[in-house]
Design a protein around this ligand. Structure first.
Ligand SMILES: [Zn+2]
Length: 488
């Protein structure tokens, strides 16, 4: 009996080794956050999508059909995690269910097919969707897509982001009813299911990594949008602790940052760029708030792209960047230059009192500049940053999948942050922050083989992220060029 069992186990083992897919990367220079310096002449064994061995010794294949890739003169890094994306809205168009998206259904379809590939094209192998489940079905149905995680939003009824109580009640899944007597609730909504505790418990069941709350009382001319009460925020925090969920806050202004920090959020999903410089000269220095963030170990997403993609609509070079053709369908790119395709720009111009383009460009540049200053301050203090593009943060046509993440890293570099710090922000900091560092973030045994082959070292210059040759997704090598928008 025993002998039979041993034979059976041996047979199964041999069979599983024989059918395992094995990839050996030979002679690579490994660049990884867990190493103090690059490691040359390294062999990496990948079996069934996971790294099983990393060594500077020679490596023999375990299977007859092992695939080999020679890395002479090439670099191997972990893939990039973009910790703030939205997969349910389209640059220049808007949300998937918007009239614009319905009207342009064919190009939207093409966009959705290309989106995961475009992110991979720029080396992004993991994403966190801060828009909850929006767009998830399309994204995860793709044959090849970055590994996908979510953060579930709790919109404020009558406040940000929908600004319409009716819309939130009809369309949102998770919201908190603070005072049922103040709302005309449809009958099917049970207020008992919308207490902070009930909502957090419901989110915990979805497998989301985090909860996103909104601390936003307005931008542009508005400053009177309702916020959740301090009691609700405290109850969310307590319930999230019990459920082992992180709480992330949408906030970008000083006063909103204070609310977020005073309620002990785990992270703030936007950079601090609204310093209320005009309205309140008596504010303490912005660095006081950033010091509070550092002292409380609160994570930070600079999301400079939010501001840059607004400013980008007023920059004639934006649509001329040839890299856009690699990541966006030609028909969509063409449409951006039409009168109809520029609708969001006209909307923003209206907010700026229809000032000339050059003036709006200059004014929106303040936000870009401040976002960069805040990120550089934190980096100078050694506070870990996250690469988080917030792609696409608005219906701006200046955003582009993958390219926006690359732009974000360029902006961080332009702010004076070192390529090494940006490398950590792109690879290891995200997985560490979201409890995913057993799976991702470094080139080490036990990790999922989401890796990049490059001809230049990105730890030396952010521009070198453009030298990606091959994206390895769960052990499967894909030529970068094969991920671009197909030629007509
Ligand atoms: Zn966002």
């Amino acid at each position: 009996m025993k002998a039979k069992l041993v034979m059976l186990i041996t047979a199964l083992f041999c069979q599983s080794v024989a059918t395992a897919s094995e990839l050996i990367l030979e002679n690579f220079t490994v660049v990884s956050g867990h190493l103090t310096e690059q490691q040359e002449n390294t062999q990496i064994r990948i079996v069934d999508g996971a790294i099983t061995e990393v060594t500077t010794e020679p490596m023999q294949p375990l299977t007859a059909h092992a695939k080999l890739i020679n890395g002479q003169g090439k670099f191997l890094t972990p893939g990039i995690m973009d910790s703030h994306v939205h997969v349910g809205s389209i640059p220049g168009i808007g949300f998937l269910d918007s009239p614009n998206a319905v009207k342009h259904a064919a190009v939207v379809e093409e966009y959705l097919r290309q989106l995961p590939r475009s992110l991979l094209y720029f080396g992004i192998t993991e994403v966190l969707n801060l828009g909850g489940s929006d767009g998830e079905k399309h994204f995860t149905a793709a044959r090849e897509h970055p590994d996908y995680y979510t953060c579930q939003p709790i919109p404020v009824i009558g406040g940000y982001p929908h600004l319409s109580a009716g819309y939130t009640l009809r369309h949102a899944r998770y919201f908190i009813i603070e005072d049922p007597t103040q709302l005309s609730l449809p009958e099917y909504i049970d207020p008992a299911l919308h207490t902070p505790e009930a909502v957090v418990a419901a989110i915990a069941k979805t497998g989301a990594r985090c909860i996103k709350i909104y601390i936003e009382d307005g931008f542009g001319a508005a400053s009177d949008w309702p916020l959740l009460s301090s009691t609700s925020l405290q109850r969310i925090r307590q319930a999230a602790d019990k459920a082992d969920l992180q709480v992330w806050a949408h906030a970008n202004a000083l006063d909103m940052y204070h609310i977020a920090l005073n309620h002990h959020v785990d992270g703030i999903a936007h950079g601090l760029w609204n310093w209320q410089w005009k309205t309140n000269p008596d504010n303490p220095p912005v660095t006081d708030t950033l010091e509070q963030l550092i002292a409380s170990d609160t994570a930070y997403m600079p999301t400079i792209q939010v501001m840059l993609s607004l400013q980008g609509m007023y920059d004639k070079d934006t649509l001329a960047d040839p890299r856009r053709e690699k990541v966006l369908p030609a028909a969509l790119l063409k449409w951006y230059s039409t009168y109809e395709g520029q609708w969001f720009k006209r909307e923003i111009s209206k907010d700026f009192g229809d000032l000339p383009d050059a003036k709006v460009h200059e004014l929106s540049g303040y936000g870009v500049g401040r976002a960069k200053q805040a990120a550089a301050y934190l980096a100078s203090k050694g506070h870990p940053l996250l690469v988080a593009s917030d792609y696409p943060s608005s219906p701006s046509f200046a955003a582009a999948p993958g390219l926006s993440t690359f732009y974000e890293m360029q902006q961080l570099a332009d702010a004076g942050i070192s390529a090494e710090q940006i490398f950590a922000a792109a690879t290891i900091n995200g997985p560490r922050q979201f409890g995913l560092d057993k799976q991702y973030g470094t080139v080490e045994p036990g990790k999922i083989a989401n890796l990049l082959i490059l001809t230049q070292n990105p730890q030396q210059s952010v521009a070198n992220w453009e030298s990606i040759e091959t994206v390895i997704l769960r052990g499967k090598p894909i030529q970068r060029s094969a991920l671009a928008v197909p030629l007509p």
